[in-house]
Design a protein. Structure first.
Length: 186
């Protein structure tokens, strides 16, 4: 059994949990225009739900403005409808060839609410990392029980697994702190 390759496999799973958190936090509006806000918007396009970012160019012409320019101008109404139906809380302004979304200034109350969402998402990420750690420890103990490694090697690998877990939790804390700072700033 390639024990070190097993640890690498679990480390990659933890990194995926970190990436998932980063992706989820990208969708939380922080009072500034960011194209990733529209990543989850799906447009009904010729009867099929299509991601908005695959059918339109999304740019940030100003700090608080997103400009959505559909590649197919005939889909402008569909894009506008999808933006209205999304949970973003933004009102699209259709000028006939593109749609502007103005990101409003956040109130203090809304900032605190978003910071809570960020912390909740971070906690889900930490739980995912801890689940991977438990899975990793179970795998190591099973390998030791099967006679694949000695008690000393098991102890060393458990220490290594804990170091990997601690590093991943620290990364999640860093990602969270950066997003909270972004939200609470201004």
């Amino acid at each position: 059994m390639g024990v070190s390759s097993e640890l690498v496999k679990y480390q990659e799973k933890m990194q995926k949990a970190e990436a998932a958190l980063q992706h989820e936090l990208g969708g939380i509006r922080a009072g500034v225009a960011n194209a990733s806000l529209l990543n989850r918007v799906m447009v009904e396009y010729y009867g099929a739900p299509t991601p908005l970012n695959q059918m339109a160019q999304i740019s940030v012409p100003e700090a608080r403005v997103l400009l959505v320019t559909p590649y197919d101008k005939s889909s402008l109404k569909d894009v506008e409808h999808a933006l209205l139906a999304s949970d973003l809380g933004l009102t699209p302004m259709n000028d006939g060839s593109a749609i502007r979304l103005v990101i409003p200034q956040l109130t203090e109350e809304r900032r605190k609410e978003l910071a809570k969402q960020v912390r909740a998402a971070a906690e889900k990420g930490k739980v995912a990392v801890r689940n991977v750690r438990r899975e990793m420890m179970d795998s190591l103990k099973k390998a030791q029980k099967n006679g694949d490694m000695s008690e000393d090697v098991l102890h060393d690998l458990e220490d290594e697994a804990q170091k990997i877990t601690d590093a991943s939790i620290k990364n999640i804390d860093g990602i969270t702190a950066a997003k909270e700072k972004e939200i609470l700033a201004e």
